[in-house]
Design a binder for this molecule. Sequence first.
Ligand code: GLU
Length: 303
Amino acid sequence: MDLGALLREIVQELEAERGCGEVARYIPPLARVDPRQFGMALVECDGTCHVAGDAMTRFSIQSISKVFSLTLAMQHVRDDLWLRVGREPSGTRFNSLVQLEHERGIPRNPFINAGALVVTDMILECLADAKQTLLDLVRQLSGAMDAAFAEDVAQEEAATGHINRAMAWFMKGLGNLKGDPDAVLDAYFHHCSLSLSCLELARAGLYLARRGNALDGTCVLSPRATQRINAMMLTCGAYDAVGDFAYRVGLPAKSGVGGGILAVLPGHYSVCVWSPGLDAAGNSMLGIRALERLTERTGLSVF
Ligand code: GLU
């Protein structure tokens, strides 16, 4: 099947729906993004790339960065990773304080904000510079050596991210954050602020489709650890709409409030879609529609 033609067909078919959904407003720079943008990039396991629409425009990857911080944690953190964060879908909003209190400061999974804060704390403990290490990893995997944190996005989120701050300090109070909460928040906000295009992000995520091996042959993770990240993406990667996402798309994926979704079909490809308008659960509305068409037309999903 000509996947490039399929991508272009999907973007063309959804042309009239550009701008649907609501852009995230609680982080000021995200509220200023043009909601009509829509791009799609797919990279096959042999490295062949296909793009359509605004696939080369960089956007704020936000929560998709949680995949890369979890990857660093699985590379470097030994025993206590899964003692300090769970592996179950949250079933609540990604920044729920109620659930965190109820579960005594152990976040449900690494892809909700509290979970990513704990993961960030753990990688800060074992890496000399967790911000730079994550940036280096993404640069190496995507081939985008000029990829960078959007300092303005990180600063504005730091200035407005009161709920994240509350969660970090709350977990510090309950003993599940070991380091300085402000340092953890600073690294977390920077990771979220990373700007990448659909093509760069699809390239960066390709190791998840290649049993942990990057295109240049580097072993990023073992095949087993890679299966586990994909399992987390399938069960926890689309906020509290994971069931609906699995039903409609059927791929492990991680979405972000910037409107990006990174998804993989192990053994076949990684794909990234981006359109800033979100649905009520916080997933890109057009992005899900595009991925739904992709797995429907190819007839392939993890199921
Ligand atoms: N930086 C955002 C936050 O912490 C990420 C949210 C997301 O993309 O899910 O609220």
